[in-house]
Write a protein of this length. Structure first.
Length: 405
């Protein structure tokens, strides 16, 4: 099949033509278990008929309006997000991509505080527009270079949390930073899970230095961890939250949420106009997702499925020497590959990926191929998790045998 797409990413040989639940099918009729839920977006599974029927029924009413026109779907959506946000008492704007929502929160935090700087994790990922890329891995890939970016290490223990908080306090005490933007779980940087102590200290340090705390929950938000928002699992209320991926169910939808105290009585002197902000169609998607998740008690299912997935990963770690440090929170899990003498895991991961997809499982690696991450749809069945783990076990052993030859 001809391909005239820009060659900016390597495509698989398989050409997909259909999706159903946790599975996708290629043009030859072969099926593959999708452990990525698309690019972590198809939270309620591929082509969920109940969901799509409701979304498209609502879309027949109205899809899009001018930026200053309000629809009933948008009203319902903003009120529902406010309710789900709990102590954040959030006000929201609906946008299109995670990067756009990151840019929105960064710009407004600078506007509110009158400062230019932003602090981020040294291994965080927030997007590839210029603003969002400046806080992706501390901006080391951003061109042109942007000044006023500070970084702190991602802590994974209580001791590291204390050190990172001290680093952050030193940065913020200079008075040049408007906000701190972090991911509750650092995905691209290697599936890193900061401890609760970090979030307690983070809130404390930001309050001390009058700095806005922004959680980028593009991956963790909207149920992924078993809570509507990951911050609710840590009892730390941020000032702004970014949602993307799962919130759109596979459609390009994102949300920027502001804590009530940062919302003026009238309008910001700094306005925002985007062609697809507060679209009725985006609101219909979010409203339908909330209705479905509440109706089917999906959040508790995420917790139970996540626990089962993690138990299977840990079981694999016990029996297979090539899997280390199985970890996870809800349906956001990871583990590390280990092969003695291997320093660059990219070639090995490329082989692993090819063999896994040939065996009917789509996986995704990060951290230079060393870390596998699993963000399946929220409705994945235990038998499918079993299939994935058993296949991974078998393929890893085959790789070892190949390396020994």
């Amino acid at each position: 099949m001809d391909n005239h797409l820009l060659p900016i990413i390597h495509f698989t040989e398989e050409v997909m033509s259909k999706g159903d639940g946790s599975w996708v099918y290629d043009t030859e009729g072969n099926k593959y278990l999708d452990l990525n839920s698309g690019q972590f977006c198809v939270a309620l599974g591929h082509s969920n008929e109940e969901v799509l029927d409701k979304i498209f029924a609502k879309a027949r009413n109205i899809v899009h309006t001018a930026s200053n026109i309000y629809t009933d779907e948008v009203a319902v959506c903003s009120n529902k997000l406010n309710e789900l946000s709990g102590d954040m008492d959030a006000y929201s704007i609906l946008l299109s991509t995670g990067s756009e929502a990151v840019e929105f929160c960064m710009r407004f935090s600078k506007f509110i505080k009158g400062r230019e700087g932003v602090v981020c994790f040294d291994k965080g990922y927030h997007g590839l527009t210029l603003g969002s890329q400046t806080i992706t891995f501390g901006g080391k890939f951003a061109k042109p270079h942007v000044d006023d970016i500070g970084t702190v290490n991602v802590p994974t223990t209580d001791e590291e949390a204390v050190r990172s908080a001290a680093e952050l306090d030193k940065l913020l005490s200079t008075g040049q930073y408007a906000s701190v933007v972090v991911e509750p779980i650092v995905s691209v940087g290697g599936m890193l899970y900061p401890p609760k102590k970090w979030f307690d200290l983070l809130r404390e340090v930001c309050d001390k230095n009058d700095t806005i705390l922004i959680f980028d929950e593009s991956q963790t938000g909207f149920g992924r961890t078993g809570k509507w928002f990951a911050y609710q699992a840590f009892d730390t209320v941020p000032d702004m939250v970014i949602l993307a991926k799962s919130v759109g169910l596979g459609f390009p939808v994102s949300v920027a949420m502001f804590k009530k105290e940062f919302v003026p009585d009238d309008v910001y002197r700094m306005s925002h106009y985007s062609s697809h902000q507060n679209d009725s169609f985006a609101a219909a998607i979010i409203n339908t997702a909330v209705e479905y998740i509440e109706k089917h008690d999906v959040l508790s299912g995420i917790t139970s499925r996540g626990n089962y997935f993690l138990s299977r990963l840990k079981g694999l770690e016990e029996k297979n020497e090539h899997i280390k440090d199985a970890r996870g929170h809800g349906l956001m899990l990871g583990c590390d590959l280990y092969y003695e003498g291997v320093d660059d895991y990219r070639p090995l991961y490329a082989t692993l990926y090819d063999r896994m997809i040939k065996n009917g499982v789509i996986i995704q690696g990060t951290n230079g191929g060393r870390t596998l991450r699993f963000l399946p749809d929220y409705l994945i069945e235990e038998k499918d998790i079993d299939f994935a783990i058993d296949t991974l076990d078998r393929v890893l052993e085959e790789l070892q045998e190949t390396n020994n030859e």
